[in-house]
Design a binder for this molecule. Structure first.
Ligand code: ATP
Ligand code: LTN
Length: 336
């Protein structure tokens, strides 16, 4: 009874590297906060990650490690459907169908495609280009109303909306039209070593990983780039002092303090006090997550049980949506 009335959330992260503070503050934290209010599906999107070449053994390992980290972040597997994308073949099938309703011009405007193709000039494959159609399939299969992501994914969710509307206009109401759900603070955490680019696993020096030791976190924050002015005061001015604004965003996101409260707290104290304080707050936030994930990572049977049940629950819903879609577009009903 209650489940049918709840709105639906769907999101996913690629198992293409270790989870980091940007993933946590931009996305996962909201997933946890919304678990009670919504019916939630959180996926490990392994099919997306092969748009960039992966080492097979590492991809396999990271997919289950990521599941352990989802749970360690606070996602209760009883309340949330946690699963691996490739275990539910409907994603790939609807992905193909939606490719045929997604325009070349739309895909050409995706900034993630432009960024990733610039970084992987030797492997600009078709999957990297058509990736947003698969992401639309992920979301639309579950009739998701909201997609909790960081700001960098807004463009992809908007494309999923456009595809849903286009399909509904041709065939009648089929898909729920989803909306991005982006946090006010923490939507775009920047690299600690280069505050003009987003924190990303491909820049380990500026990236704080969930599994980093307290010493590593501390070192990364002490080295964080602030600014080159002589003022040395903790003041929120994103254009003039992007490094400081980024650290303030992280501190605010982790402690719940406002920017004014942070300015007052560090008034007259300088960066030598501020940077380690941000590091300490992050260490304390991540400590229980790291410890819980470390404990769970070796419990392979437990994790297998979670992703098996998750895929079964997900497939039940995905199958129904795919059937509806194939019927609408005119495929002959499968007789077995
Ligand atoms: P890559 O380093 O390959 O760009 P990524 O670290 O961005 O990957 P994704 O799997 O692409 O990881 O992103 C997972 C989720 O984390 C998405 O919702 C994304 O918006 C969010 N996210 C990623 N990086 C950040 C960041 N720096 N700040 C806030 N949110 C982020
Ligand atoms: N495109 C996202 C990952 C992703 C996703 C999704 C996010 C794939 N499918 C569905 C939300 C909903 C990324 O690169 N971070």
């Amino acid at each position: 009874m209650e489940n049918t009335e709840k709105k639906v959330m769907f999101s996913g992260i690629q198992p293409s590297g270790d989870l980091h503070l940007g993933n946590y503050l931009g996305a996962i934290r909201n997933w946890v906060a919304l678990s009670d209010e919504y019916t939630c599906y959180y996926c490990i999107v392994d099919e997306h990650s092969i748009t960039v070449r992966q080492n097979p053994a590492e991809l396999r390992k990271r997919s289950t490690v990521q599941l352990a980290q989802y749970i360690a972040c606070g996602l209760d597997p009883q309340k949330n459907t946690l699963f691996i994308q490739s275990h539910v073949h409907e994603h790939a099938e609807l992905g193909w169908i939606l490719n045929c309703y997604t325009m070349f011009g739309e895909l050409s405007r995706m900034t993630q495609f432009k960024d990733k193709s610039a970084k992987n000039a030797e492997n600009i494959n078709g999957g990297l280009f058509t990736y947003p159609a698969l992401m639309a399939a992920d979301i639309l299969l579950y009739n998701a109303h909201y997609v909790p992501v960081g700001a960098d994914q807004k463009q992809h969710v908007e494309l999923a909306r456009d595809v849903a509307v286009r399909f509904n206009n041709i065939y009648g109401d089929t898909f729920v039209v989803p909306e991005p759900y982006i946090p006010k603070v923490g939507a775009r955490i920047m690299s600690l070593s280069n505050p003009s680019s987003k924190m990303s696993k491909s820049d380990p020096a500026g990236c704080v990983f969930l599994m980093d030791s307290p010493d590593e976190i501390s070192r990364k924050f002490k080295r964080a780039v602030t600014d080159s002015d002589t003022e040395h005061c903790v003041r929120y001015a994103p254009d003039e002092k992007p490094g400081v604004a980024n650290l303030m965003g992280i501190y605010s996101s982790v402690t719940g303090k406002t920017f004014e409260e942070i300015e007052t707290e560090f008034d007259g104290k300088g960066y030598g006090v501020f940077k380690p304080a941000v590091g300490d707050a992050v260490i304390e936030k991540l400590r229980p997550i790291r410890e819980e994930a470390e404990r769970m990572i070796n419990d392979k049977e437990y994790l297998k049980g979670i992703y098996t049940e998750g895929a079964q629950r997900a497939e039940y819903v995905a199958r129904k949506t795919l059937r509806k879609v194939t019927k609408r577009i005119g495929f002959v009903e499968k007789p077995f």
